[in-house]
Design a protein around this ligand. Structure first.
Ligand code: DC
Length: 222
């Protein structure tokens, strides 16, 4: 087994920013599993198929090919051969992903892909079910969280910096809805693995979170 660092937590806790930094420092591959779920959701948005219908989603899966490739160490996500790394970042896609990721056939398809990547590489992998389902034997597991208000404010600042005009209360509502769906779905819900270390980033900056992660990883020998 290669080296595995599993980071789970709710939307907007800063997982991807931290995981990118940590993977660069360790020389591991960063696997953003949320991007894979988003790419599946994007397929349904683009094709106009009803993604609220589990039967439709399951039937469509053979038409969906998700691949990860790395350009200068940066993950790119391909949907049926097309690089959709930018498009999947839209709020609409994130919200749709929270719906389609509930369906067990979607999860088993992507979980198998994620396990395979971890068999072939040393990884920092982030998501919702990495420490519990995808990499249950990871040497280091971290559950990264932050309050709803902190996460909404960070997202608000990000969107404002991009020139958008977000509404803070709407972002908070979206985050609450997404948390609820992620934590209450039947298959692989978001939860802290028994052997994961809890890290609350509400009052920490990025450097402090990375330092704390590195300390945890060192303690676990990875
Ligand atoms: O982390 P994110 O916002 O990019 O994730 C998008 C959606 O995908 C989110 O609503 C939860 C889902 N997801 C999941 O169910 N399991 C994962 N391992 C990663 C993401």
């Amino acid at each position: 087994m290669g080296k595995q660092i599993a980071i789970d937590g709710p939307a907007g806790a800063g997982k991807s920013t931290i995981a990118k930094r940590l993977s660069a420092e360790k020389g591991f591959i960063y696997v953003d599993t949320g991007a894979m779920y988003r790419a599946v959701a994007l397929y349904f948005i683009k094709s106009g198929k009803d993604f609220h219908d589990e039967g439709v989603v399951e039937k469509s899966l053979p038409e969906i090919k998700i691949e990860l490739k790395y350009v200068d160490g940066v993950q790119r996500v391909l949907l049926n051969g097309e690089d959709v790394s930018t498009e999947i970042r839209k709020e609409e896609v994130g919200n749709a992903a929270s719906v389609t990721s509930v369906y067990p056939p979607v999860r088993s398809y992507l979980t198998a892909l994620q396990k395979k990547i971890a068999e072939e590489n040393n990884v920092v992998m982030d998501g919702r079910d990495i420490g519990t389902v995808v990499l249950p034997n990871a040497q280091a597991k971290i559950y990264l969280t932050a309050s709803v208000e902190t996460r909404a404010k960070r997202r608000f600042d990000e969107l404002t910096a991009k020139g958008e005009s977000p509404v803070l209360s709407e972002i908070e509502d979206d985050i609450r809805d997404r948390d609820y769906r992620d934590m209450h779905r039947e298959t692989a819900p978001l939860k802290q693995a028994d052997d994961a270390v809890l890290l609350d980033s509400s009052d920490l900056n990025i450097d402090e979170v990375v330092a704390e992660m590195k300390r945890i990883c060192a303690e676990k020998g990875v």
